[in-house]
Design a protein around this ligand. Structure first.
Ligand SMILES: [Zn+2]
Length: 595
């Protein structure tokens, strides 16, 4: 995983370096003030600038170090508290390292031979020229009077920085002569400290803590007298690359506004699962993946096209002739570290096949009351996970139930690896279907369908998208009968009383033999009442009920249903209800003369 992240970091840097100069020894920094001097080192003026980015020497872990030609007032002007003296010395020491560069002559004169007109004057004028204290805190850079570039931006300076970096790399290399475990080379030294990863959840006090993904901060993990990350054998270049790659994945995306006008990042390579887990994904060549957006917000036409193209192989023949790889990793922060929950690597072609299969497996019919027709429902992956989350009495999601991230991460894995979802998710979704007011929603039915089908080892009943007419298992038919009984009760009483679903759904699903005895007693009362009021409707509904009952041995129902049978019961109930919705509406329309 570190290798793939490191390769991505390299690609991102290559893209950036088309416009900017980027080398491992160089870095982007922001400048706030130009210190303008003359060739002879004479001070001219301070020029405040509106924070611009510039490429300069990269200094990691700044403590005890100064940057060449670009730093804060403490270093450049020996300005500020008692630490300034030491910092200024470091700055001058760094300058001396580069004293053979012709470009630096004016700066050296500023500090030495022409100090009275240079440094001393600048020091006197600083507070006056930059009146606000907060403006004095930014980086200061040297610029020659009337020159276009700043001194540190001269090509010769960059060259020298790179050169010195190589020499110091070689020096430290002699200390740890280890081959990098990621790139297999020994060009760069093995650093003891890696930079931090910035935005892995959870947030503490509204902020992301910077965390490490590779870290040996406990002595117990250190060996062979190697300090800290030197134990991981990752070279400086690869360490820099993987950190940049991962930070890019976690933050890439345009800034957009939501409906309330609040700005947020529309991540292109990241999905959050709940509040403590996030997933990042990319391809080896860092290409965009429209299929992922489908998981997030499926559009039936696009899904249909995806399934079609994958099954017919046309996409493979044209676009994906070249094999590209797809990667994804799921991360959670814990204290200062990052835990890798999951790592997936697959070919882009298999990835697309897996997504297409996922959609086929979660496709389920749903009656759309607005359009007055039944259509295929493709749930968002996140909504499927959401449908397992416990709810509060007011219908909002119970935040204490932290299973959301676990279920979402698990379903993601299921989708990409084409594996069966674990049965504990079935237990969870059935529990929500029994206890929540909205019951067996399309999302829950879709989830139950994929769990049952992918776990169906050699069993002969496969749940289909549409209602099943023949060869159904007993539990499925019981679910249908339950929906029909509910239908009759509703026709008789309306929604004045608690429906039989609230009172009997769990009972019927777990102990069918005794529950259905009770339910049929109750139904005969409803039927008698309905026959007196709406004879025609009573006869139609009863006929439909009798037809369903004929398909199974209604007087010999099992005492209990097992977990998978409970799932079949829920699906039978769901399918029957969708059918009833569409049937009722068609009838209503006829009566009202709409059709
Ligand atoms: Zn390396």
């Amino acid at each position: 995983m570190i290798k793939e992240l490191s390769e991505l970091g390299e690609i991102i840097r290559d893209e950036k370096s088309k416009n900017e100069r980027i080398h491992i020894a160089l870095k982007q920094e922001i400048i706030s003030i130009d210190l303008v001097i003359h060739d002879d080192g004479r001070f001219e003026r301070f020029q405040p600038i509106d924070k611009v980015r510039t490429t300069c020497e990269a200094v990691t872990a700044k403590k005890g170090k100064a940057r060449l030609l670009l730093d804060r007032a403490e270093e450049v002007l020996c300005y500020g508290g008692n630490k300034a003296k030491r910092k200024h010395e470091l700055f001058i020491k760094k300058l001396k390292l580069y004293s053979d560069l012709r470009e630096l002559e004016p700066v050296l004169k500023f500090y030495e031979s022409n100090k009275a007109n240079g440094f001393d004057k600048a020091r006197q004028r600083f507070e006056n020229d930059i009146p606000k204290e907060k403006d004095r805190k930014g980086n200061i850079a040297f610029r020659l009077f009337n020159a276009e570039k700043r001194i540190h931006e001269e090509e010769a300076v960059y060259q020298k920085i790179i050169e010195i970096d190589m020499v110091s790399q070689e020096k430290s290399l002699s200390k740890f002569r280890t081959t990098c475990s990621v790139c297999g080379k020994n060009t760069y030294a093995i650093p003891e400290i890696h930079e931090k990863i910035k935005t892995v959840p959870p947030v503490d006090d509204g902020k992301y803590a910077a965390r490490s993904i590779v870290s040996y901060n406990d002595n117990a993990y250190e060996s062979y007298e190697l300090r800290r990350n030197a134990n991981s054998s990752i070279c400086a270049r690869c360490a820099k690359n993987y950190v940049e790659g991962l930070n890019w994945l976690l933050s890439a995306g345009p800034r957009v506004k939501n409906k309330k006008g609040k700005e947020f990042t529309a991540y292109t390579n990241r999905k959050n699962f709940g509040s403590d887990t996030t997933m990042v994904y990319w391809t080896r060549k860092n290409e965009l993946l429209p299929e992922i957006d489908q998981l997030e917000a499926p559009n039936p036409d696009n899904v249909a096209r995806l399934i079609e193209s994958v099954s017919s192989g046309t996409e493979r023949d044209s676009r994906y002739l070249e094999p590209d790889l797809f990667y994804s990793c799921t991360l959670s922060g814990s204290a200062a570290r990052i835990a890798v929950r999951d790592w997936i690597e697959t070919s882009l072609f298999d990835f697309r096949k897996a997504i297409a299969k996922w959609f086929q497996d979660i496709a389920i019919d749903e009656y759309n009351a607005d359009l007055k027709k039944t259509q295929t429902h493709y749930a968002r992956l996140y909504d499927l996970a959401r449908s397992c989350q416990r709810k509060n009495l007011d219908g909002s999601n119970d935040k204490v139930d932290t299973s959301l991230a676990r279920v979402a991460a698990c379903l993601w894995n299921v989708a990409l690896k084409k594996i069966p979802p674990p049965l504990w998710i079935l237990t969870k979704v059935l529990q929500r279907a029994r206890l929540d007011k909205d019951g067996v929603t399309a999302g829950r039915a879709a989830l139950i369908k994929i769990i049952l089908n992918r776990n169906n080892r050699g069993g002969d009943f496969m749940v289909t998208e549409k209602i099943e007419q023949s060869d159904r298992p007993v539990a499925y038919v019981c679910g249908q009968i339950f929906a029909k009984l509910e239908n009759i009760q509703y026709a008789t009483l309306g929604d004045r009383n608690a429906g039989i679903r609230e009172r009997y759904f769990t009972y019927a699903m777990t102990s069918p033999a005794s529950a259905f005895g009770r339910l049929f007693d109750l139904n005969s009362k409803h039927f008698t009442k309905l026959k007196n009021e709406k004879a025609g409707l009573a006869i139609t509904l009863d006929k439909e009920l009798q037809e369903l009952c004929q398909d199974i041995d209604i007087n010999n129902l099992p005492a209990t249903f097992l977990l998978e049978q409970k799932g079949q019961f829920a699906i039978g109930y769901y399918h029957q209800r969708q059918k009833q919705f569409s049937g009722t509406k068609a009838k209503d329309n006829k009566e009202e003369g709409i059709e």
